[in-house]
Design a protein around this ligand. Structure first.
Ligand code: SF4
Length: 174
């Protein structure tokens, strides 16, 4: 990805979602994912050539225009696969006073492994309030786990996890 650009699945921000995290949320759909979870709901977001490339400045302008939103959710695709763009946009959302949720097919522990070679993963995590982690596992598909597709996925309180050096789940959602 060119520096200063991000590849998104759709060229706009989806607003007023109540299924992609707590509250009324805006969703930024990243393009590109190589996890290949069987029965993924968004296979059209897998290709790293698909979707549309936008400048990060343009996405920031779209964020500026959001109204009456609790926060922004980064989903996809896997936003961690464009980690520099994720870091910059998550930081921007936080500066605007909104909270940040992020979905990734990596586990939290895998993100920390990636961070050993690339500090942008830590910087991205530092600007994410709640990380919904792990691949979608068809055998563990469940309608009882809020905001998730399968029961292996966790909603992680990132600040507490970084501080404690171990995964701390968001206490509201087990
Ligand atoms: S991580 Fe998400 S987008 Fe990627 S294959 Fe798995 S379910 Fe699909």
């Amino acid at each position: 990805m060119r520096k200063g650009y991000v590849r998104l699945a759709v060229p706009e921000i989806q607003t007023d979602s109540i299924v992609d995290g707590e509250g009324i949320r805006s969703v930024i759909w990243f393009q590109g994912c190589s996890h290949n979870c069987p029965s993924c709901h968004n296979p059209e977001t897998h290709s790293f050539d698909g979707g549309v490339e936008l400048s990060i400045d343009k996405v920031k302008k779209m964020i500026d225009e959001l109204e009456y939103q609790t926060g922004v959710t980064f989903s996809g695709g896997d936003p961690m696969m464009q980690v520099e763009a994720l870091e910059e946009l998550a930081k921007y959302v936080k500066e605007k006073g909104m909270n940040v949720w992020c979905y990734t097919g990596y586990t939290y522990e895998e993100v920390l492994e990636l961070a050993k070679k690339n500090n942008h993963y830590i910087k991205a995590l530092e600007n994410i309030d709640y990380l919904v982690d792990g691949r979608f596992v068809l055998d563990l598909k469940s309608f009882d786990v809020e905001f998730r597709g399968s029961s292996n996925q966790r909603i992680i309180d990132v600040a507490k996890s970084l501080k404690n050096g171990k995964v701390v789940k968001y206490s509201k959602y087990k």
